[in-house]
Unconditional design. Structure first.
Length: 271
């Protein structure tokens, strides 16, 4: 085997390993939603357990098609420095419209699919966080609308602003949020707070005299097990926040190695 053939084989192996890494990280992120589902079901009263579980399943059912149709496009259209209006003329925004080659099977592109899948799971995480805050407070149809709004619109616009190298928060303010503490968890938390302010307490929580009734969940073990599974899922979440460029591709002054989503060098351990 010649040196050139050996290098080509090494590069191909590196590409395959990187692709497999992100798919495993994405698969691990599913544990986050399994954990949220168990947590919510454990915190629900017996009569509402099924509804709490179905809410989390529907987050997947509606997040995947809506993110395919417009969520992924919004990320790239807002990642060019625009604040209020998406930039439909941006190169990647045109590449990721739902009818483009970038959104279909492509043997020459082993990156678009895995990153799209990872971002879908990020979106579902946002929706699941909101789901946990509205236990026993919301109709299923209303929840579906809110989950699409926060998961495929609100958070992804914020990601384009602050979780993209070209976003206006990054270029104008130097904002860096490597682990998505702001663009995922803060956005979903404040969205949930706004929803709760409007919904108010659960029906039956307070009596007319102001005294409170106990509406404890039916299974503490299920709740605790759910929290532990969420922790497992976050290994995949944080792992998918990193980049590993293909051989020969340099996003920074470093020639190889792990990078943050902003292109700055890091390592798995440091992260």
């Amino acid at each position: 085997m010649s040196p050139d053939e050996l290098k080509a084989l090494i590069d191909a192996t590196a590409n395959t390993a990187a692709e497999a890494y992100y798919w495993w990280a994405t698969g691990l992120m599913v544990c986050i939603h399994a954990g949220f589902m168990m947590y919510e079901m454990g915190q629900s009263r017996v009569r509402n357990v099924l509804a709490s579980g179905v809410k989390n399943i529907l987050a997947f059912a509606f997040m995947i098609p809506t993110f395919f149709l417009f969520g992924w496009w919004l990320y790239w259209a807002y990642g060019t420095g625009n604040i209020f209006l998406p930039d439909a003329s941006a190169e990647y925004a045109q590449y990721y419209v739902p009818w483009s080659e970038g959104m279909g099977p492509n043997l020459q592109d082993n990156a678009s699919g895995v990153f799209w899948a990872a971002f879908v799971l990020f979106s579902a995480t946002v929706a699941s966080i909101v789901s946990g805050s509205v236990i026993e407070r919301i109709r299923m149809s209303s929840w579906i609308i809110l989950s699409v709004l926060v998961g495929s619109v609100v958070w992804i616009i914020a990601a384009g602003w602050g979780w993209s190298a070209g976003g206006w928060l990054v270029t104008g303010w130097g904002y860096h949020d490597v682990g998505a503490a702001g663009v995922v968890h803060m956005i979903s938390g404040f969205f949930a707070l706004g929803v709760l302010i409007n919904l108010g307490p659960r029906v039956g929580r307070f009596n007319s005299d102001g005294s409170a009734n106990d509406l404890s969940g039916h299974s503490v073990p299920m709740t605790i097990a759910g929290l532990m599974i969420i922790i497992i899922g976050f290994f995949g979440f944080l792992g998918a926040c990193l980049l590993y460029p293909s051989p020969g591709v340099s996003l920074t002054s470093a020639d190889a190695g792990w990078l943050t989503i902003y292109g700055t060098p890091t390592t798995l351990s440091a992260f």
